[in-house]
Design a protein around this ligand. Sequence first.
Ligand code: FAD
Length: 488
Amino acid sequence: MSVGLVWFKRDLRLRDHAALAQAAQCERAFGLFIIEPAWLESFECDPRHVDFLLRCLAPLQAALWQRGLPLLVRMGEAVQVLESLRRQWGVTHLFSHEETGPAWSYARDISVGRWSRLQDVQWQEWPQTGVVRRLRSRDGWAARWTRRMEAPQVAIPSGFGTPPGMQPERLPTLAELGLPTPRVQAAAGEAVAWDSLRAFLGGGGRHYRRGLSSPLTAPDACSRLSAHLAFGTLSMRSVHQATELAIEHSADRDLAYGLRGFASRLRWHCHFMQKLEDQPDIEWRNVARSLDGLRPGDGAAWGQEAQARFDAWCAGRTGYPMVDACMRQLCATGWLNFRMRAMLVSFAAYHLWLHWRAPGLFLARQFLDFEPGIHWSQMQMQSGTTGINTLRIYSPAKQARDHDPLGEYVRRWVPEYGSCAYPDPIVDEKSALAQAKEALYGQRRSSSARAEADAIQDRHGSRKSGLPATAGRRSRQKAPDAGQGVLF
Ligand SMILES: Cc1cc2nc3c(=O)[nH]c(=O)nc-3n(C[C@H](O)[C@H](O)[C@H](O)COP(=O)(O)OP(=O)(O)OC[C@H]3O[C@@H](n4cnc5c(N)ncnc54)[C@H](O)[C@@H]3O)c2cc1C
């Protein structure tokens, strides 16, 4: 008898779910979500992620049960959980989506692979984004992305063979997991994700390009789909196809224009994830190894002074009101628009001269949409450690002038600004930036750094971004706008 187990991870949906469809072919099938201690204990995990996950699982469990598929939820190390279910229910097949995750999930997948071979359980995985496993070359990647995204979606199975006597298992509460309830709870689940997508494609996307850069307009102008994509309540293919359809049928030129800008970002999503897939150590190591050791916190612990700068940045008390406002919004709500994320990182990297790893872990906990491949690639890009991108240093004052000219946003998040309760600037911008530029540009001019840049461009660089292949040629080109199209 074939007994299929659907292992849900970052694919918490019914629609376009290849693993689910395959399980329907088995005589018996059930679903599983494993709450892994390695995840709960990781530096990137925050109660807001666990809360969102549980609120995605609840409606998914109900929808699956309507079709006869019980979803079990177990706490524990993956191999142990899988093995105990194999023994109890005679599992013959394991079905799941590929994951491009942090080091702990990569190590876990290797153990699960070993276990499945040893126990003769057939483990089949499917891609669910444009990320390609064991990619040999970036050439042709974009065409491959398009082919994958335009392939037909997988139909929802109508029913499953339920193992006799098996029932869905009660989900743990946050309190049972020893976690506090977050102050803000973003709406979660597949139905909510589809409502958000429809609202955006049906008109919400009209102001996308104009509104995405200012923290005042971005919360409404952007799609706000990132957490849904990160938890897989929507498949990338569904979003892509629905977007292309909306563009094709839209009689509203502003909307179609906005949606085209949005559509290109869906490619970026996978483009950035591919880097982590190809080079898992970009999570903790500079892409450009020639920059190793340049900033405090790279490899060795940093001193008290750097710690104080880091603490002030995390607390939103740097004395730079735009930086502090953004950090406070992010910590309170779990979301911030792209440009302001980039400014926060640029400030940590250049003004405060901190290595990106600790700031990246802190931000990972704040971003509800934490997606390791995008996150670590962006952390490195905005910190100038990719070796191939123009250094992009954001002036907080200029960002405030451009995107919050009346000071409305700063007043909302930093009400004490202007009073003696607000700190003085933690660093002098002019001298901090002069030192940062001297250190980075000096290093980049070395011949070893230039040779390394060519290799990095070849391995990771976008073939469509217009970025030239070498550092020498790059310096003569105009940098693309950060809000519009910076890729490495
Ligand atoms: C330092 C830093 C860290 C980031 N970390 C993450 C992260 O962990 N998870 C994450 O989803 N995004 C991350 N981003 C990218 C971007 O800021 C968010 O995707 C976006 O703000 C999410 O809001 P939205 O869904 O409304 O995006 P929209 O602007 O509506 O875009 C739609 C989707 O396109 C993708 N996308 C948009 N911008 C980018 C981008 N620059 N790079 C890659 N994909 C993009 C996302 O999937 C997003 O949901 C990071 C950016 C920076 C600068």
